[in-house]
Design a protein around this ligand. Sequence first.
Ligand SMILES: Nc1nc2c(ncn2[C@@H]2O[C@H](COP(=O)(O)OP(=O)(O)OP(=O)(O)O)[C@@H](O)[C@H]2O)c(=O)[nH]1
Length: 305
Amino acid sequence: MSHRSGFVCLVGRPNAGKSTLTNALVGHKVAITSGRPQTTRHTVRGIVHREDAQLVLVDTPGLHRPRTLLGERLNDLVRDTLTEVDVVGFCLPADQKIGPGDRYIAEQLARMTPEGRPGTPVVAIVTKADLVPKGRLAEQLMAVDRLGAWADIVPVSAQDGYQVDVLTDVLVSHLPEGPALYPEGELTDEPEQVMVAELVREAALEGVRDELPHSLAVVVDEIVPRERPTADGTPMLDVRVHLFVERDSQKAIVIGRAGARLRDVGTRARGQIEALLGARVFLDLHVKVAKDWQRDPKQLGRLGF
Ligand SMILES: Nc1nc2c(ncn2[C@@H]2O[C@H](COP(=O)(O)OP(=O)(O)OP(=O)(O)O)[C@@H](O)[C@H]2O)c(=O)[nH]1
């Protein structure tokens, strides 16, 4: 039996369902999903292991029009990623009309093919199929077909699992023959620190996303094991984290009255970090104002962008 392996990158405008689809394909939670755009700042990989194939998924940040330096960097990252993968999956939600954001991405994809090289196949994925009746889905498939030259078009629902296997087969069919690239059981090669930062960011944004749209960056300074475990022998980790906001008013929102909100954020994030790391965690959160960090290359460097 031949074996195929390679990299797949999911692109699509913010909220198109890329993270949720990554989780559905991999079958475990690896990327952090959310109801709001642009929470996926880092490239997180999930790996689908099969007898006949290994598919390494790269979940990119939302490809969007650059507005700030941060945006430009994200787009560079997206473009670099695109030229390094074997297949691109372009996600378009079934329940929304094709808009300027989708057209922009379609143009970028059309332009992506390096000169003199055969292009990376692009599979158009119509996501959230569960949200529309069959007739609307058929119309959307036709509209997507007119949008570009796709290797395949597949409707899926990550929510109820509709066609997720079909999509896996289609993506695998576009991979080159080759051995497994990662040992089985490996779900993500993201460093733990990035996952921890995402969990803190999620907790800190909960309920205040409208007030802090893109103004919150989270940096994990260190994760250090305590020399002496807890009384019952469980290992204990000290996790020190900085949350950067742009303005004093945003700092006040994150911290809350008499620090109540930040304590809440800490409690929620700690539970998830403990589950992730399999240890008791002492979580130390600091909130700092880093003015206009989105526009300052030095700050961006410090924050890992
Ligand atoms: N009903 C339904 N909702 C979905 C499905 N897939 C994703 N969603 C929802 O759509 C929203 C966005 O999904 P994400 O997976 O976070 O989208 P994303 O493209 O990764 O978003 P960014 O991280 O902003 O780029 C979330 O509220 C999901 O719960 C689906 O198959 N069906």
